[in-house]
Design a binder for this molecule. Structure first.
Ligand SMILES: NC(=O)c1ccc[n+]([C@@H]2O[C@H](COP(=O)([O-])OP(=O)(O)OC[C@H]3O[C@@H](n4cnc5c(N)ncnc54)[C@H](O)[C@@H]3O)[C@@H](O)[C@H]2O)c1
Length: 259
């Protein structure tokens, strides 16, 4: 199937990594569906992409809503070639302090959302299509104060492998593990003195990522060039997975107590 006939659904496509991915796919001629909790942002992004793009509001944690989204895309376009789940949130806090609500919210968006993405993709993506789940460096590298996020992302990595087995050989399922990328999700971290610097000290290539860095890898994984890849997770983090993650809790504590 040519790129022009491809329909790509990008969940969490209204911001950051998802938006860069949506632009990359539109740029290679695909019809892009931007699905996001933030309907105003999704509408604006779809309008910016041009006539073939559409926006849908969806909560990635809502099974019925996700079913409605995929049914609507099938009704409109007849086939889905690519699904990318970029929806994510992070609620930091040590295990002793993190509320159960914050734990559940993070696991729900990051892991249950990925499960529902694969569940819908399994019944709607055409033969030869593919799914990419955005996991994280934190799926394999622990960070103090990040129990919910790290656990959810580690779950996404295992989900990717199980999904790859279950959907093969019809549909490929892969993941990406970005390190620190400047997006609205990480803006708060940039306000903590020393935190990004500590991250970069532990990054052999010495820089944070851009949403476009991640989109390029997602673009590869969803292309025919990756036709023999499934169940894989690609690390892209400037080599940070070889080092250690900053201690966010210590940095925030220093910032608030001044010591
Ligand atoms: N930025 C980083 O450093 C980084 C690193 C590793 C992994 N990631 C992962 O990359 C993905 C994209 O993150 P980003 O940095 O681009 O963040 P972002 O905040 O810029 O974008 C996330 C998008 O997800 C949407 N979203 C949030 N909750 C949702 C829900 N319940 N249903 C549907 N949409 C929802 C938001 O509205 C937003 O548009 C996330 O899974 C994140 O965990 C980010």
């Amino acid at each position: 199937m040519s790129a022009e006939e491809q329909v790509a659904v990008v969940i969490g496509g209204a911001s950051g990594i998802g938006w860069a991915t949506a632009q990359l796919m539109a740029g290679r001629g695909e019809t892009v569906v931007i699905a996001d909790l933030d309907s105003d942002a999704a509408d604006a992004r779809a309008a910016a992409l041009g006539a073939t793009a559409t926006a849908h509001q969806v909560d990635v944690t809502d099974g019925a809503g996700m079913r409605t989204l995929f049914d609507a895309v099938l009704d409109r376009h007849g086939a889905i070639g690519t699904v990318v789940d970029c929806a994510g949130i992070s609620r930091p806090g040590t295990i002793a302090d993190l509320s159960l609500d914050d734990w559940k919210a993070t696991v729900d968006v990051c892991l249950t959302g990925a499960f529902l993405t694969v569940k819908e993709a399994a019944r709607t993506v055409r033969d030869g299509g593919s799914v990419v789940l955005v996991a994280s460096l934190n799926g394999r590298q622990p960070g103090v104060g990040m129990s919910a996020y790290c656990s959810a992302k580690a779950g996404v990595l295992m989900l990717t492998e199980v999904a790859a087995m279950e959907l093969a050989p019809r549909v490929r399922v892969n993941a990406v593990n970005p390190g620190f990328v400047h997006t609205p999700l990480t803006y708060g971290a940039t306000l903590v003195p020393g935190l990004v610097e500590e991250y970069l000290e532990n990054t052999p290539l010495g820089r944070a990522g851009t949403p476009e860095d991640v989109a390029q890898t997602i673009g590869f994984l969803t292309s025919d060039a990756a036709g023999w890849m499934t169940g894989s997770a690609v690390d892209l983090n400037g080599g940070a997975h070889t080092m250690r993650y900053p201690d966010i809790v210590r940095r925030v504590s220093e910032m608030t107590t001044g010591s």
